[in-house]
Design a protein around this ligand. Structure first.
Ligand code: FES
Length: 541
C-alpha cells in the first residue's frame, strides 16, 4: 500500500499509519493498544451500541465510539484519560447491575469479558441493592448452544451473526426496555451449520457451547495451531487440549476446537461439522496396536514384527509377480509429506503403477457457499500433485477380484462406504495379502491381514494443500494414541526394512518436496508459517 493511501494519526502519543477506512479501535490494535469493547466484532457489522469503547478525540466535544469512528488524517486520540476510564467503569456498572453472580459456576469464566474488564477497568463499590431482573436461564436453543438470558448484555453479536454470516435469521431481540432479551423466534431453533460460532462471538456467558460445558476450566487448556481435516477448505483452527489429562477419568485429551483467524481461508469462523468432529480423536474404535491376523479382535504384535512381515510380503510378491502384483490405495486424508513418502517408496523405488487415492464419496455430501466444500478430504489437491494416480478405485478392486493384484496396501479408506460390502469383501478375499494402515477400525480394516495403526491429524506434524492450493501446517497437539504412529514413520520404517532410504521426518520430507516438486519450490515451514502459502501456480509466481 502506498504512503498516499495511508491515514496518519496519533493514539496515546504513538504515531500510527493505517489504510483509509480503518476504525480507531482497529488502528489502536496495530499500535498494540487494546480498547475494551463488547458489541464490536471484526467479522460483523458495527452497531456501536455498548459504549464500552468510547475514546477522547482532540477537538471533539464528547467521547466517541472507537469501533464506529474511522481514523482521519492528523487525528489525536486518547484511550486512557480520566474521562474514558470513568465511562468504562460506568458502562460496566450498568451492565453488571442486573448480571447474576454466577461466576463460580459459569462456563465462560476465564474468557469472560465482563470478568476481565471488571478487573481492568471496574473495581467500583456496587451501588445496586435491588433485586436483579429475572429472565430465562440455561435452556437449549439448538443442538449446540445453551442460552442464559440473565447473563446477556444485549451486544447483539449473535443476532448479527445469524443475519450476516449464516443468513439463517433464527435470533432476535424481543421485548423492550429492561425486559429486552435475545431469543429464538417462536417455533424455531438455532440449528444451522455454523451455530457453534455463537459461543465464540458471545463475549460473556450468555451463549455457551453444549459440547464443552463443564468439561474443563479454560485455564487448564493448552493450545496448538492446526487445520481442520473435515473438508478441502482447510479452515484454520486451534486444538484445545487438557493439559491435566488423566486417563483414569476417561476424559478425552482434546476438549474442543476453535476457529483461528485467517483472512484468506475461513475468516473468523468454522462450521459445526468440523468443530465437533474432534471426538473421533479419542474414539473407542481407534486402532491402537499393530496386528497380523484378520478378524474382529486380532492379537497384537510388535511394530518390528508387523513391519518385517509387511516387508517380507512385499518382497515375495515383487519376486513372484513384479510390481504389477501390488496396488496401493493412498488417501487424501494424509499430509503432503506422507503422500510424498508413498510416492518415493512405492512409485519411485518399487515402480508400482497401480497407485490410486480417489475413492468416490459414499453419499452426496453437503456443501455451501460459505465454507463447507463437497470434498470431505483436507488434502485432495496435494494428492493430485504428488500421486500419479491410476485408473480409479473401482477398477483397482475389479483387478483384485480378477486375481491380478496379490498385495493391496490400503491407507485409511473404508471402502465399504463407497462400494457394496459384498463387492469389497469378495475382491479383498482374492488378494493374498491385504495391509490396512489407518486410524480407526472399520469393515475394511476387519478384512485386512495386517493392521498398522496410524496417528490422526492432531497427533502429528505436516502440511495439507487446500482446495485453493494453499499449503497449510498441521501440528501435533497430543501424542499418538496407544502404539499408533504417524503414517510417515511407518512408511519410512517399511522403506528401511526394504533397503530403501526415504526422508524420515515431516520437515525433511517437506524440504525434499520443495526441492523436487516445481509448484512447491521455494517453500519452507517458515514461509508457510501460520497463515499458509499458495502453491506457485496459484499465486502466479
Ligand atoms: Fe463500540 Fe460497543 S464496541 S460501542
Amino acid at each position: 500500500m502506498s504512503e498516499k493511501e495511508l491515514i496518519h494519526l496519533t493514539i496515546n502519543g504513538q504515531s500510527v499509519a493505517v489504510p483509509k477506512g480503518t476504525v480507531i479501535l482497529e488502528a489502536a490494535k496495530t499500535a498494540g493498544i487494546h480498547i475494551p469493547h463488547y458489541c464490536y466484532h471484526p467479522g460483523l457489522s458495527c452497531v456501536g451500541s455498548c459504549r464500552m469503547c468510547l475514546v477522547e478525540i482532540e477537538k471533539s466535544p464528547k467521547l466517541q465510539p472507537s469501533c464506529a469512528t474511522p481514523a482521519a488524517e492528523g487525528m489525536v486520540v486518547s484511550t486512557e484519560t480520566p474521562e474514558t476510564l470513568k465511562n468504562r467503569r460506568s458502562v460496566l456498572e450498568f451492565l453488571l447491575a442486573n448480571h447474576p453472580l454466577d461466576c463460580p459456576v459459569c462456563d465462560q469464566a476465564g474468557e469472560c469479558e465482563l470478568q476481565n474488564y471488571y478487573m481492568d477497568h471496574g473495581r467500583y463499590d456496587a451501588r445496586f441493592s435491588e433485586n436483579k431482573a429475572k429472565k430465562k436461564k440455561a435452556y437449549p436453543i439448538g443442538p449446540h448452544i445453551i442460552s442464559d438470558q440473565e447473563r446477556c448484555i444485549l451486544c447483539t453479536r449473535c443476532v448479527r451473526f445469524t443475519q450476516e454470516i449464516s443468513k439463517t435469521f433464527e435470533l432476535g431481540v424481543i421485548d423492550r426496555g429492561h425486559r429486552s432479551a435475545i431469543d429464538i423466534f417462536p417455533g424455531n431453533e438455532l440449528n444451522n451449520h455454523y451455530s457453534g460460532n455463537l459461543a465464540d462471538v458471545c463475549p460473556v456467558g450468555a451463549l455457551t457451547d453444549r459440547d464443552f460445558r463443564f468439561k474443563c476450566r479454560v485455564w487448564f487448556l493448552g493450545k496448538t495451531n492446526s487445520i481442520c481435516p473435515g473438508c478441502s477448505r482447510g479452515c484454520n483452527i486451534e486444538i484445545h487440549f487438557n493439559e491435566r489429562f488423566n486417563p483414569r477419568y476417561h476424559q478425552e485429551r482434546v476438549q474442543r476446537l476453535k476457529p483461528r483467524y485467517n483472512k484468506e481461508v475461513n475468516g473468523h469462523w468454522i462450521c459445526d461439522e468440523g468443530r465437533y468432529a474432534y471426538h473421533s480423536i479419542d474414539a473407542e474404535n481407534r486402532l491402537c496396536a499393530p496386528s497380523l491376523e484378520r478378524g474382529e479382535d486380532p492379537p497384537e504384535v510388535s511394530w518390528e514384527e508387523a513391519v518385517r512381515s509387511t516387508a517380507k510380503s512385499v518382497r515375495e510378491i515383487m519376486d513372484k509377480h513384479g510390481p504389477a502384483g501390488i496396488a496401493v490405495l493412498a488417501s487424501p486424508q494424509m499430509t503432503n509429506e506422507e503422500l510424498f513418502g508413498i510416492r518415493r517408496l512405492f512409485q519411485d523405488h518399487l515402480k508400482i503403477e497401480d497407485i490410486e487415492f480417489r475413492v468416490p464419496p459414499g453419499e452426496e455430501s453437503y456443501s455451501d457457499d460459505i465454507l463447507i466444500t463437497a470434498d470431505k478430504n483436507p488434502n485432495s489437491k496435494g494428492a493430485e500433485i504428488l500421486i500419479a494416480s491410476s485408473a480409479g478405485a473401482r477398477n483397482l478392486l475389479q483387478a483384485c477380484s480378477e486375481g491380478r493384484i496379490h498385495l493391496l496396501y490400503i491407507f485409511h479408506h473404508d471402502l465399504t462406504l463407497s462400494f457394496y460390502s459384498d463387492f469389497v469383501s469378495s475382491a479383498l478375499e482374492k488378494v493374498d495379502r491385504v495391509i490396512f494402515q489407518g486410524s480407526w477400525n472399520n469393515p475394511t480394516a476387519a478384512l485386512a491381514d495386517t493392521i498398522l495403526p496410524a496417528a490422526v491429524y492432531a497427533e502429528k506434524d505436516g502440511t495439507y494443500t487446500n482446495i485453493e492450493g494453499r499449503v497449510q501446517r498441521i501440528r501435533a497437539a497430543v501424542p499418538p494414541v496407544g502404539r499408533s504412529r504417524p503414517d510417515l514413520d511407518i512408511i519410512a520404517q517399511l522403506a528401511e526394512e526394504l533397503g530403501v532410504t526415504i526422508h524420515k521426518t515431516p520437515a525433511s520430507a517437506f524440504e525434499e518436496i520443495a526441492r523436487s516438486v516445481d509448484v512447491f519450490s521455494g517453500m519452507t515451514y517458515a514461509t508457510v508459517g501460520d497463515s499458509g502459502q499458495l502453491l506457485k501456480q496459484e499465486s502466479g509466481n
